[in-house]
Design a protein around this ligand. Structure first.
Ligand code: PA5
Length: 442
């Protein structure tokens, strides 16, 4: 199957191929290291080899559990925050079949939101997946306690345990010990994978299976993108070229990158992408600020700024080549509503015309635009997209000179919050549990 491709022909003439080549020359060593990483003991690179994330035995366990849940559950509660829910949600919201209602919680401390979730569970057959690499984060921790109490009251200890799956570090971390003690099903959250790179591990795969997504096809897509990235030299490598372009533009003052799309199904994929780049690159006073736009909706809000605000924006479009659906505008004999010009035309065509017009307008307005062409919205191409952006982010971090696998600044708000809540200071053990210190690929 043909891979996703990336097209830079809509970047402004001020971005010369010579400059891209120069940036590549300057960064040959870190790029080479990123393309052929030498694995260390604690390097956060577990995601690079798709096949080590879930072997056959684990895949069978995930598929069997997903089947059981699809047959028995009306609601599936996913408790997780950041990398522990964004990847799964990106795939589920784009490709899931809604046979089991999936509720996302543990990503907010809002009591209103929690009340809403609890009300949605009433009278339904419920399964729960708590996903936490470290299980020290307040939001999922406190929420899991609430949901656990609900399940135990509804079903009793034994049945509640059968309905609970914990995806956690297999290193006798606190959640794993707790889960084993209570006889939950335990799935591994790989130690050498940070949350935002975990979508192709059990953290993403079980919820996808529950949503009826063909996880084998998704992993195939990721695997083929891996082969492509690892077989292409840097001059033609799509992940490297994307990383070079955005870093070159950053040097020219384009400090904000928008991931734009015309397909609402990509909404949560774009949120995953935002987290991936924000936590990986926004550090040491460096990095592009990532954000996203869902068009046409955002053409009528952010579109004004993109077209005519400060010229610090670059835009990467997801171009869904085959929209996989159609709906024709009904015919009317007169033009009383003023829309006779779209009479009989398909929405897929209208969306395509709007896409082309937007790219042309933004480019003319001075926004460098890159286009990622996605042949179809399928599990296979979703797998390609996940892997492509993960790798591109890793290479981009190497060019930028940051460690793309830590997120030390995320801890800052917690100090005050924990003081406010009377929690004792973070212990050395928890510090360690925040994640391995990884090597920047320089
Ligand atoms: O990408 C990351 O590593 C983070 O966003 C984590 O996923 C997030 O902080 C949640 O971590 P945990 O599930 O271990 O509480």
């Amino acid at each position: 199957m043909k891979p996703i491709t990336i097209d830079f022909s809509k970047t402004p003439p001020s971005v010369r191929p010579r400059e891209v080549a120069e940036l590549l020359e300057k960064n040959r060593a870190p790029i080479r290291n990123a393309l052929s990483p030498i694995r260390g003991k604690t390097d956060s690179l577990g995601w690079v080899d798709v096949d080590t994330l879930a072997d056959r035995e684990l895949l069978t366990l995930i598929e069997d559990k997903a089947k059981e849940i699809r047959e028995n559950a009306e609601a599936f509660v996913l408790i997780g925050v950041g990398g522990s829910n964004q990847g799964a949600r990106a795939a589920v919201e784009a490709l899931g079949d809604n046979r089991v209602e999936i509720l996302y919680t543990g990503n907010t401390l809002s009591p209103a939101s929690l009340n809403k979730t609890m009300a949605q569970l009433k009278g339904k057959s419920v399964y729960v997946n708590v996903i936490a690499k470290n299980f020290a984060t307040l939001e999922p921790g406190a929420t899991f306690r609430v949901i656990r109490h609900y399940l135990e009251e509804e079903y009793g200890l034994q049945e509640a345990a059968k309905r609970t799956i914990a995806t956690c570090s297999p290193n006798n971390g606190s959640l794993e010990l707790f889960a084993r003690d209570r006889n939950y099903t335990v799935l591994p959250f790989p130690l050498d994978v940070e949350g935002r790179y975990s979508v192709l591990s059990a953290a993403g795969l079980l919820p996808m299976g529950v949503a009826g997504i063909d996880i084998g096809a998704l992993l195939n897509g990721a695997r083929e993108m891996k082969e492509l990235i690892h077989s292409e030299g840097p001059e033609t490598n799509p992940a490297v070229l994307y990383a070079l372009h955005r870093n070159l533009l950053l040097k020219k003052g384009y400090a904000i990158e928008i991931l734009s799309h015309f397909e609402p199904a990509f909404h949560y994929f774009a949120k995953w992408w935002v987290q991936l780049f924000a936590e990986s690159e926004g550090k040491d006073g460096k990095g592009i600020y990532p954000t996203s736009c869902s068009f046409s909706e955002d053409l009528h809000s952010l579109g004004q700024y993109i077209q005519d605000g400060r010229r610090i924006l670059l835009e990467t479009f997801l171009n869904l080549e085959d929209q996989g659906a159609s709906y024709a505008v009904p015919h009317e004999d007169d033009n009383r509503d003023g829309f006779a010009y779209v009479d009989g035309k398909d929405f897929a065509f209208l969306n395509r015309v709007a896409f082309n017009a937007t790219i042309n307008a933004h480019r003319a307005g001075g926004v460098p635009c890159a286009v990622v062409n996605v042949p179809e919205l399928t599990p296979y191409y979703m797998g390609q997209l996940f892997y492509f952006f993960e790798y591109a982010c890793y290479v981009s971090g190497a060019i930028l000179g940051v460690n793309p696998f830590d997120q030390p600044a995320v801890e800052t708000y917690k100090v005050d919050m924990f003081n406010g809540l009377g929690r004792r200071q973070i212990s050395q053990m928890e510090e360690t549990a925040k994640g391995p210190k990884s090597e920047s690929p320089e």
